[in-house]
Write a new protein. Structure first.
Length: 298
């Protein structure tokens, strides 16, 4: 294992060569795993320039005004260590340390598509993806990955695995809802043969008739355990707008039933889908990982 702080190597490369760790104390803990047999080309991987990864992580944190003096929610290494061992076992047929700890059948079920995901977030994750059991399955820039993020008050996490390449990146951050997509992508760019950047969305909105615009107008809601998520689509000066999650932005049509908005504070657009019901009006708003249903009498 090679431990790095602030992008400068301070640890040692041990014989098992299972992981490369980059730790930003008081900001985030980030772990890279490259699998393979002991000594299998890892020394070459460890010579890669990780400065761009450090910059991506710090830039992404600064975008969200995370204070540099914040106290990290992980005191180090137990949570990351446990997640790392799970990733190694998951990508090694369920085995770790010579023991079978996960059933291959369970791994197959977790990483098999069971439901489509119709929305995405500003990172482009997930896009054209599916839900397995507890994992999102996505082909991203030519690499098949399984992943999931998580968030509670004061904490965000990102856990990505590319099983065919036996690669994983684990990110824990002391910031609510920070999944660190850009940092995860930069780690993948350094370590994996990714294709060119993800597809760009059209700059100009596709044409919509007045009747089509009217069919989307309404309020949508998804019940939640703490509070319901709500959104509203409305017309202003013949332009469709989306009001949701504290922002109000113009809607661009980018494909059949597919739309995008550019939310303030994010680098990229959010793409979502509107699905029609039997009435001819949009009945469902598919946004990020959730689906909102039209509120009746709209």
């Amino acid at each position: 294992m090679m431990t790095m702080h602030g992008g400068k190597g301070m640890g040692k490369l041990t014989s098992d060569c299972t992981a490369d760790v980059l730790s930003f104390r008081a900001l985030l803990t980030l772990l890279l795993i490259m699998g393979g047999s002991p000594g299998s080309g890892f020394a070459q991987q460890s010579q890669k320039d990780f400065a761009p990864l450090e910059k991506a992580a710090l830039d992404e944190l600064h975008e969200t005004n995370t204070p540099g003096a914040a106290v990290a929610v992980v005191s180090g290494d137990r949570i990351v260590y446990d997640l790392a061992r799970f990733a190694i076992a998951f990508m090694n047929g369920g085995k770790i340390d010579g023991r079978q700890v996960l059933s291959p059948a369970v791994i197959a079920m977790m990483s098999t598509p069971h439901a489509d995901i119709l929305g995405e977030n500003p990172s482009g994750w997930p896009r054209n993806s599916n839900y397995g059991y507890g994992l999102i399955i996505q082909n991203y820039r030519g690499v098949r990955m399984v992943w999931h993020g998580g968030s509670i008050a004061g904490f965000g996490a990102m856990f990505v695995m590319a099983p065919q390449q036996r690669f994983a990146v684990i990110i824990l951050c002391n910031k609510t809802a920070r999944w660190m997509f850009q940092t995860a992508e930069k780690a993948m760019e350094i370590m994996l043969p990714l294709d060119a950047d993800a597809e760009a969305l059209p700059k100009q909105s596709l044409p919509m008739s007045a009747a089509e615009k009217a069919s989307y107008v309404g309020k949508y809601m998804r019940p939640g355990t703490e509070r319901p998520e709500t959104a509203e689509i409305f017309l202003k000066a013949d332009q469709l707008y989306l009001r949701a999650y504290g922002f109000e932005q113009a809607i661009t049509k980018v494909g059949a039933n597919s739309f995008s908005v550019t939310a303030p504070g994010y680098r990229g657009p959010w793409r979502f889908k509107l699905l029609q019901g039997v009435t001819g009006k949009a009945e469902y708003l598919c946004f990020s990982l959730g689906i909102m249903k039209r509120v009746q009498n709209q």
